[in-house]
Design a protein around this ligand. Structure first.
Ligand code: CO8
Length: 259
């Protein structure tokens, strides 16, 4: 049982709800520890196809790191906590299964950084994104300075990080921070529908594709092309590839086993 997280499984889709609604789901040290523990569970769950992450309540996805814990943070603690959260968010980014961020309200600071570690983001019309760390006299520490420019481009990331201003759902969509916007009451339905669609695809192909696309953001193109061809070759060895190709040629729906 977790105090700050709710984790449920809906068939082969995991639903993680960040659960500190009275503090707008701010990420405390306790929440980070629980998240690490839950990730261990998720990493070992071979049945799982997709993870969806959202926030409890109707106001916030995650309104950032818990600001109360910043009071006594000196350089030594700051470095340790930042590295620890970077590692946790990188574990989310690198889960074998895709992760969908269902952004139901404020995604600020560490909350935006958590959203950036997801493979795909969708949001409600009420969602607001921001990187307000500079206003507190600090800078993002959970990967935001690296992931945000990769997603939205250097100029836009620079403006968001240097001003700390919030942007609304339409602007998030326009700059590619989110893929879809839903009315608030329809967000989870939309996110789960997307999750189910991905979960219905051959699981190994989905894993390899995610890995190849993730690696496109690092290193050089030559290594990226090489990795892509090896992962493509690996996909060619699967039973699901035989089934997928046969199903297409026989004009029927494929039955995939993740083998
Ligand atoms: N931390 C702790 N408590 C918070 C946070 C937070 N980030 N955000 C909101 N809360 C609490 C409020 O203190 C309040 O608690 P209480 O009822 O006990 O007073 C409760 O949640 C409700 O919040 P508000 O009353 O403020 O709600 P409003 O609707 O008036 O305002 C806002 C909503 C605009 C979202 C406002 O709460 C706000 O500005 N929050 C802070 C946003 C922020 O600055 N986030 C960035 C934090 S720093 C960060 O994320 C990265 C740090 C770098 C870390 C590096 C290593 C880990």
């Amino acid at each position: 049982m977790y105090k700050t997280l709710i984790y449920e499984k809906k068939e082969n889709i995991g639903l993680l709800t960040i659960n500190r609604p009275d503090k707008l789901n701010a990420i405390s040290n306790e929440l980070t520890s629980e998240l690490k523990q839950l990730l261990g569970e998720i990493e070992n769950d071979e049945e799982l196809r997709v993870l969806v992450i959202t926030g409890a309540g109707d106001k916030a996805f995650v309104a950032g790191a818990d600001i109360k814990e910043l009071v006594d943070r000196d350089a030594k603690i700051g470095r340790r906590v930042s590295r620890e959260r970077q590692e946790v968010f990188s574990r989310i980014e690198n889960l074998q299964i895709p992760v969908i961020g269902a952004i139901n309200g404020y995604a600020l600071g560490g909350g935006l950084e958590l959203a950036l570690a997801c493979s795909i983001r969708v949001c409600s019309e009420k969602a607001q994104f921001g990187v307000p760390e500079v206003k507190l006299g600090i800078i993002p520490g959970d990967g935001g300075t690296q992931r945000l420019p990769r997603l939205v481009g250097l100029g836009r990331a620079m403006e968001m990080i240097l001003t700390g201003d919030f942007i609304d759902a339409q602007e998030e969509y326009r700059i590619g921070l989110v893929n879809k916007i839903f009315p608030p009451g329809k967000l989870m339905e939309g996110a789960m529908e997307l999750a189910q669609r991905i979960a219905s695809r051959p699981p190994l192909a989905v894993r390899y594709a995610k890995e190849a696309v993730n690696r496109s953001q690092e290193g050089d193109a030559v290594s990226g092309f090489a990795l892509e061809s090896y992962l493509h070759a690996l996909a060619c060895t699967t039973e699901d590839k035989k089934e997928g190709v046969s199903a297409f040629l026989e004009k029927r729906k494929g039955e995939f086993k993740g083998k």
